[in-house]
Write a protein that binds this ligand. Structure first.
Ligand code: NAP
Length: 315
């Protein structure tokens, strides 16, 4: 089968021909229809995820496809079922950037469920990691109507879900965006945008919100700016990072609640974000769709920035 994989930790991902994986007990073999790109894919190629690995290591954690074979002891899924989710399993190595992947029926590292009737595979593959993260961190921050939230990194995969979810909750969303993305991110629900490349963004927000903001959500890897943004948060408010940019001295703050977010209850989050998309309440902005052959290039591009929603892979 075709697969985008690395032979060794740190290699550049490339398209290769590999044997179709076999489902172990408790696993299903899935014919992949669509996948999506996340920054974690590059991290996995570099061996940064603390899970056992097997090589050649096929990349890709998000996917959607059809069950074609059920391993021994699988009771809830059968050939013909359409499934999607974050197909993360240990050992890493049977990812979704391939014609076939194997998935645990009850994943302990990811989340898997049936695709809702009528949902295109591309949408089902685009939403798991980014959507679960956005929903989980907004729930952890207690975002609600009448509160203001600054989202740094609002224009990427996680950001487009976070902006829409926070706006749907009735919060005032302040989104960082380069000029090209401003009108688009406003249409998704941002009340205000801040060009983080033009002057000091925290100062810009202080100008429009002299009384401060209620919540700060960091989706960037800009460690240097975390403290500046967190200083805008009113006493009793909250700040969270999904990228571990919150420094120890702020994690210990008694003025505001600061955390480095880690996802819990992935199956519950996947069910809720999928329902929100299926109902039409939340859109899944897709920046580009690539083929499996084009996926190594898409991974390289994702690492250089400029994401405007999700990149999906049509397998
Ligand atoms: N903890 C978890 O469970 C979890 C889960 C999912 C993702 N993550 C992490 O969350 C981060 C975001 O993921 P993603 O899928 O949204 O990534 P993404 O799709 O690559 O998007 C990143 C976005 O941030 C923007 N950006 C980059 N630097 C910025 C800065 N200094 N200030 C403001 N915006 C900036 C980029 O646009 P420009 O380059 O044009 O500025 C892009 O729109 C990644 O680091 C990922 O690894 C963590």
């Amino acid at each position: 089968m075709r697969a985008v994989a690395v032979h060794h930790k740190g290699d550049k991902p490339e398209l290769m021909e590999l044997p179709v994986p076999r489902p172990a007990p408790g696993e299903v073999l899935v014919r992949v229809k669509a996948a999506s790109v996340n920054p974690i894919d590059a991290g996995i190629a570099e061996g940064l995820l603390p899970l056992p690995q097997m090589y050649p290591l096929v990349l890709g954690v998000d996917g959607a496809g059809e069950v074609v074979e059920a391993g021994e002891g699988v009771h809830g899924l059968a050939p013909g079922d359409l499934v999607h989710g974050q197909f993360l399993r240990a050992p890493l190595g049977t990812g979704t950037f391939a014609d076939y992947t194997v998935v645990t029926e009850h994943p302990d590292a990811g989340a898997l469920q049936r695709v809702p009737d009528g949902m295109p595979a591309e949408i089902a593959a685009a939403l798991p990691t980014a959507g679960m993260t956005a929903l989980g961190v907004l729930e952890a921050l207690g975002v609600r109507a009448g509160r203001s939230i600054l989202i740094a990194g609002a224009t990427g995969g996680v950001g487009v879900f976070a902006v829409q979810l926070a706006a749907a909750l009735g919060a005032e969303v302040i989104a960082t965006a380069r000029p090209d993305a401003e009108p688009w991110i406003r249409r998704l629900g941002a009340a205000r945008t801040v060009d983080y490349t033009a002057g000091d963004p925290a100062e810009q927000i202080r100008g429009t919100h002299p009384g401060g903001i209620d919540v700060f959500l960091d989706l960037t890897r800009d460690t240097a700016r975390f403290g500046d943004y967190a200083a805008l948060v009113r006493d009793g408010g909250g700040a969270a990072s999904v990228t571990f940019t919150a420094p120890p001295h702020l994690l210990a703050s008694e003025r505001i609640a600061v955390s480095n977010f880690q996802m819990r209850d992935k199956p519950g989050l996947l069910a809720r974000i999928t329902a929100a998309v299926a109902s039409g309440a939340i859109a899944v902005p897709i920046q580009r769709t690539v083929t499996l052959e084009e996926t190594p290039g898409a991974l390289a591009r994702n690492a250089t920035g400029g994401a405007r929603g999700k990149t999906t892979v049509r397998v």
